[in-house]
Write a protein that binds this ligand. Sequence first.
Ligand code: PLP
Length: 396
Amino acid sequence: MRTQNPVFIPGPTNMPDRLRHAMDTQTVDHRAPDFARRFLPLLEDLKTVFGTQLGEVLLFPATGTGGWETAVTNTLSPGDEVLAARHGMFSQRWIDLCRRQGLYVHAVEGQWGEGVPVDEYARILAADSDHRIKAVLACHNETATGVTSDIAAVRAALDKADHPALLFVDGVSSIASMDFRMDEWGVDVAVTGSQKGFMLGAGLAILAFSPRAIAACRDARCPRAYFDVEAMREANRAGSFPYTPPVGLINGLAESVSLLLDEGLPRVFSRHHRIAEGVRRAVDAWGLSLCARRPALYSDTVTAIRVPRGFDSNALVHHAYEHYGVSFGAGLGEVAGKVFRIGHLGDMTDVMALSGLATAEMAMVNLGYPVELGSGVAAAQRYYSATRNRWKREVA
Ligand SMILES: *Cc1c(COP(=O)(O)O)cnc(C)c1O
């Protein structure tokens, strides 16, 4: 018997049984050769997921936030200037983290519901003729607002200004679910975590560093100890870790990557797109609108939905959990109480998505929203049934 309904939060995501089993392991001697035999190919395979051949993948026992700290402290020095935008909770947290590290942040105030303000970035970079800005930060998928930004356009802004700043991308809720092209987009550090697209529990920060980012580690003076990239790379070269690795999670990640590569990344991405599109059709049928302002910004991993005036989205999220045992994402920061979020990334099927939509409808109707039972579900059903693929059962 299942004791839990699927979750519809944008992380941690639903965990396939195959991954849970892979993590259930007896004590492993991480200095024995079989650890290296499993671990080193994993680092190679992860490059495919990041879309990099030039970069190097690094794993730290941490979450995405620890991944950001790793990116910043290993490549920059106190007082360095960085360019960032605040257009959601996650981009805001990255700005805070940089300031606490003693960096000077040019924080562009963006709209919650808009993407990275590329034109503003282009203007600031072009004006920075002394190249005081050492790094540019971009959140690929702002999980708080359900907005995906155009990273290729950020790269183009850097190139157009002939600016040498490093490009750091938060891909925590996009990598492994949406197309990510580290080399093509000229990303210098890409950051993600184990609990979103990789369908595991929290506990691993997963990063890729470009050769330029690795070179920057030599002169960077921000203090780092636990998150020291050079110490990690040196240990990794010998197939080991500078400290005790979380072997269960690493086994889970190896299984996750093989699940993703077996499905095929293009198929993983198109599955996310289809599921997201069905959810968007449902939202439209409810007569509600998205937090994301334009279709070009719509996220394929999380949908943030504005509730009608006079309603509290947090009460809706609470009601769905209390009455139906289903978790949706609450509104965060500036959109707290105003939006609720449906996470649809990772281990997700049409059928699971429909159950989430049906639950959201029941909760809204219970709370007096002007929404008709079945309206959103029917819109999603029409879309899913018209675009269906042959069902392929995953062998556990
Ligand atoms: C979840 C998330 C994070 C934070 O990651 P933690 O693993 O909770 O530290 C950062 N950025 C984005 C875009 C996220 O979705």
